[in-house]
Design a protein around this ligand. Structure first.
Ligand SMILES: CC(C)(COP(=O)(O)OP(=O)(O)OC[C@H]1O[C@@H](n2cnc3c(N)ncnc32)[C@H](O)[C@@H]1OP(=O)(O)O)[C@@H](O)C(=O)NCCC(=O)NCCS
Length: 193
């Protein structure tokens, strides 16, 4: 389900998959070849959400923002495993967030990081690039080894293939709705509610 909010319409790249029971709403951009799986919520109603190319948002993820203060920004080739909660944070290129993790306002996860399953990254947490962060609350554990780097690099590319398999099975390409009078997003001056 892809819906406008106050005239702001999600902007979708080429060959994007959005499961029919996921919600993508408002000031959201999704890059080429990205995928949003079953029962996700990506709610750009009180700030903006940017999601890069070839990024996968797996089942039951929830992505939101803080009104006027914290957008959520996700780079290219990022994987959010099942049931991840992101709120007002930034994930740089090539991050893997393990299942059931929560990342809070102002946190920044550096390029290529692995966030272990079930972690909590508190407000403003900074994860240096290519590190393992883990725990509730999370701490930086170590630089990633080769096996962990391979795990991180393997998942996003698999998900580009998976969504193509769904298209081959007849699932539709994601398409943004048309609205009579589209309005600019928050970064371009839309008033915060
Ligand atoms: C992180 C992970 C890969 C394990 O990596 P690892 O290299 O074997 O980690 P290690 O066992 O060497 O642990 C390193 C440290 O992190 C901690 N740690 C590892 N996984 C953890 C987790 N999930 N939660 C909390 N702490 C964790 C260990 O206790 C250890 O801490 P210490 O150094 O203080 O003793 C694994 O736990 C994980 O989370 N995988 C992701 C699963 C997933 O969601 N996949 C997506 C499928 S689509």
């Amino acid at each position: 389900m892809i819906r406008p909010f106050q005239g702001m319409v999600p902007k979708l790249g080429a060959r994007v998959f959005v499961a029919d029971n996921a919600l993508v709403l408002g000031d959201v951009e999704l890059g080429d070849d990205s995928s949003v799986w079953f029962n996700c919520v990506v709610r750009g109603d009180v700030n903006w959400i940017r999601i890069g190319a070839r990024t996968n948002i797996q089942d039951m993820c929830c992505i939101h923002v803080t009104n006027g203060r914290w957008p959520t920004v996700i780079g290219d080739e990022v994987s959010l495993a099942h049931n991840v909660m992101l709120h007002g944070c930034t994930l740089e290129r090539g991050v893997l967030v393990g299942m059931s993790s929560t990342i809070m306002d102002g946190a920044v996860v550096g390029e290529g990081c692995l966030v272990a399953a079930g972690s909590l990254l508190r407000e403003g947490f900074q994860a240096p690039p290519h590190t393992l962060v883990a725990g509730w609350p999370a701490e930086v554990k170590k630089d990633l080894g080769e096996a962990q780097k391979a795990l991180v690099a393997g998942i996003w590319s698999r998900y580009v293939r998976y969504k193509e398999a769904y298209f081959a099975d007849g699932w539709p390409l994601a398409e943004a709705p048309t609205v009579p009078e589209p309005r600019p997003g928050f970064r371009e001056g839309h008033p915060f509610p």
